[in-house]
Design a protein around this ligand. Structure first.
Ligand SMILES: [Zn+2]
Ligand SMILES: [Zn+2]
Ligand SMILES: [Zn+2]
Length: 164
């Protein structure tokens, strides 16, 4: 199994960047050379763990060994929220949001394809639906009741620190 060159997490799925730390895996040539979203011609070093924006060495902000873009709100969000679910597509995100709409959970999500580089290179990354930590259990129960979450979902590709 492949491992992230930066954080050592195992990388069971074929994505251009490690979803535990954001580091771009340069062996993934199939994605072409991703450039920094803000600096033309400069190779991207990572995808922001929250919004998946490609950032170069100058733009990347590292906290606790994880890469973020320079938007402070994203680092804040990463501290206060957790992924409720990982989705394969925006279609799936939409499905989740529609089903949870009436519960008014504090949910957040970012589309990787909002960034031109990702769109251009057809970068696919799992999309997190973020939720405030204190509402996680409650929302998980709702999803379980709706049949939208499997009991084992958390081990599939839950973010960060759990599966290292
Ligand atoms: Zn990593
Ligand atoms: Zn970001
Ligand atoms: Zn840059």
């Amino acid at each position: 199994m492949k491992r992230c060159y930066h954080c050592g997490a195992s990388l069971p799925l074929k994505f251009p960047a490690c979803q535990h730390c954001g580091a771009i895996q340069h062996s993934e040539q199939e994605h072409g050379r991703l450039e920094c979203e803000l600096h033309n011609g400069i190779p991207a070093k990572a995808l922001c763990l929250v919004c998946a924006r490609p950032v170069c060495g100058d733009c990347a902000v590292m906290e606790c060994g994880k890469f973020f873009c320079d938007d402070r709100e994203h680092r804040q969000l990463y501290k206060e929220m957790v992924p409720l679910m990982w989705c394969e597509s925006e279609f799936e995100v939409d499905l989740i949001l529609r089903n949870l709409h009436s519960y008014q959970f504090p949910l957040w999500w970012f589309s990787p394809s909002q960034h031109v580089e990702n769109f251009w290179h057809r970068v696919r990354m799992p999309i997190a639906v973020w939720i405030a930590k204190d509402r996680l259990k409650e929302a998980e129960h709702v999803l379980l009741d709706l049949g939208l979450l499997e009991e084992s979902n958390d081990s599939k590709y839950h973010s960060g620190d759990l599966s290292l």
